[in-house]
Design a protein around this ligand. Structure first.
Ligand SMILES: Cc1cc2nc3c(=O)[nH]c(=O)nc-3n(C[C@H](O)[C@H](O)[C@H](O)COP(=O)(O)OP(=O)(O)OC[C@H]3O[C@@H](n4cnc5c(N)ncnc54)[C@H](O)[C@@H]3O)c2cc1C
Length: 322
């Protein structure tokens, strides 16, 4: 009974969230005394896929038919369900992503499996299969016992840091049985909102609020983001006023981010904003108001005028990072 991890790539590169989930799967397989395998649907170079071995994945099944990537969630779920039967898999792990979110319940229904999403830690196996998951946008935790023979779990971003080895995974082609019903919805064209770093995948996010005073001032924030190789976000009012595009809006009603570093510039720290950032590893708040709520949620606070601080940070980042 092994562990299967679904891997996502972006332009030939394995996404950070997939590496995290692969590390989790490798560790889970070791804990269970079994092995971990992966499945990938995008055409990806062998050298890239072999690296999954560093994270404890022994074999990668590659589905090369581009028809699959155009339809995504539905045929991916069917292919995974088929592989689960073929490989005698007990746990299917998925990274956190919009495609994976659409697959979790589909896979579980096909396999009559138990489901836990937003999983934060390796399971406690002393009492069956018990996992800790984040609920209420990360403000509370639940311990979930999965008693079904097959388990589907999605791993929260930033939840697991893997130790790596120099092992390489082997690659094997997998041709699933095609079910035409799965190809009724296909994506014809994808237009990226920007060519910039994808907000949900960014290691560092620099985000601006109403304290920036207007769109004409965003240059200093973009300078800092560029120097730090960061993605850019904003608060809801900022996107509502069209200072920044809507896809940058972070929070309860916007994008949820989990970077290693979140820098909030001129954002008060309203609960609805924090709901989208509270699983970031380190939060830095820059605000001129010492009573700003963000300082309570932040690991580091800089109290002062952002128009003084941000250009200095950008200059320092240019020296130290590049
Ligand atoms: C149902 C609902 C859903 C919502 N969803 C979201 C959401 O998803 N995301 C979200 O962001 N909001 C959301 N909101 C809105 C949220 O409640 C806040 O109103 C919003 O986050 C405030 O945005 P802000 O911090 O940019 O602006 P403000 O609250 O106006 O804060 C601006 C901050 O900038 C600081 N500042 C001003 N000038 C400077 C300066 N020169 N230097 C340094 N600091 C300065 C001020 O001290 C202040 O703290 C939602 C609200 C509701 C009711």
């Amino acid at each position: 009974m092994s562990v299967l991890i679904y891997i996502e790539t972006e332009e030939g590169i394995i996404k950070k969230s997939s590496f995290e989930a692969a590390g989790y799967s490798g560790a889970l397989a070791r804990l269970q005394g079994t092995h971990a395998v992966a499945i990938v649907f995008e055409n990806t170079a062998v050298e890239v896929l072999e690296k999954l071995g560093n994270y404890g994945i022994q074999k990668v099944y590659q589905v090369s038919d581009t028809k699959y990537t155009q339809a995504a969630a539905m045929p991916y779920s069917s292919a995974i369900a088929e592989l689960v039967q073929k490989e005698n898999i007990e746990v299917i792990a998925l990274p956190k992503s919009s495609t994976a979110d659409a697959m979790v319940s589909r896979i579980a229904t096909k396999l009559k499996a138990g489901v836990a999403t937003n999983v934060l830690e390796l399971p406690n196996l002393t009492e069956g299969f018990q996992v800790k998951r984040a609920i209420y946008t990360g403000k509370a935790f639940a311990q979930i016992q999965l008693t079904a023979a097959i388990k589907v779990i999605s791993i929260a971003k930033n939840a697991y840091t893997a130790t790596t080895t120099s092992d390489k995974a082997t690659i094997e082609s997998f041709v699933p049985t095609t079910n035409e019903v799965d190809f009724k919805i296909v994506s014809k064209e994808i237009q990226k909102a920007t060519g910039d770093i994808l907000l949900t995948e960014a290691d560092i996010v620099v985000s601006g609020g109403r304290g920036m005073k207007g769109p004409e001032n965003w240059g200093i924030l973009l300078d800092l983001a560029k120097a730090m190789h960061a993605g850019t976000g904003c608060s809801k009012p900022v996107s509502d006023m069209d200072w920044r595009p809507h896809h940058e809006h972070v929070g309860q009603t916007g994008v949820k981010v989990s970077p290693n570093l979140y820098i909030a510039i001129g954002i008060s720290g309203a609960i609805q904003h924090l709901a989208g950032v509270n699983s970031s590893k380190i939060i830095v708040a820059i605000n001129k108001d010492p009573e700003a709520p963000f300082f309570k949620a932040a690991d580091y606070g800089i109290c002062g005028d952002l128009f003084d601080i941000v250009p200095k940070l950008a200059a320092a980042a240019k020296n130290y990072i590049n």
